[in-house]
Design a protein around this ligand. Sequence first.
Ligand code: GSH
Length: 216
Amino acid sequence: VSDGALTSDALILHVDATLESPWALCAFVALEEKQQPYTLKKVSLKDGEHRRPEHRAANGKIPALQHGDFWLAESMAIAEYMAETFPFPKGPRLYPEDLKKRGVCRMVQLWLRTDFMPIREERSSRSVFYRERPNAPLSSAARESADRLFNGLDVLIAEGQTTLCGTFCIGDADLGMMLQRLVANGDPVPSKLRAYAEAVWQRPSIQKWVNLPRGA
Ligand SMILES: N[C@@H](CCC(=O)N[C@@H](CS)C(=O)NCC(=O)O)C(=O)O
């Protein structure tokens, strides 16, 4: 991860020390895609480091972006801030230029933050990044949740489509993460969505997150 020079407008991304938060992944990808120098700081939630006084400006939330004296929490807000502070052609667009496509990108991001809890509970992000495989099959609630996700995506992602909106957008990082919960755990996923998830996962910014050193 690139080092941001410690100037007054240095960028620092604070993420969970275990590097398993899907929301930290989203913020990380936003910074990586924008190709601005920044520093990645790990915050141990277990040790309550997010409750340190300096984190009050982000209400103790992780991920948090620090841009000079300015603090911002919430992964979507961080992604939008990066997109607007470093607009195209400074790195690729994080949100599509076309308003309808941009709407779809945000819609999918919000789906993934407000819904599909049974999938998130039974197929943790930890199982994706630490390869700790749960041994129980999906419950009927999680299968129902997955089916609803697949139905919603059926009209958005055609056979052979590798991005949501024609070119990579930040919603792809979030959706790739959600689908990897199922793909990585060997759960049934329609083949076109599996192929989409596998293609998104190869994005260099995502691979960089996946390959960050993690403890056992
Ligand atoms: N909606 C937030 C969720 C962030 C979140 O849940 N972060 C957890 C760590 S993964 C956190 O800050 N936990 C500490 C706390 O809530 O006090 C986002 O998208 O960034």
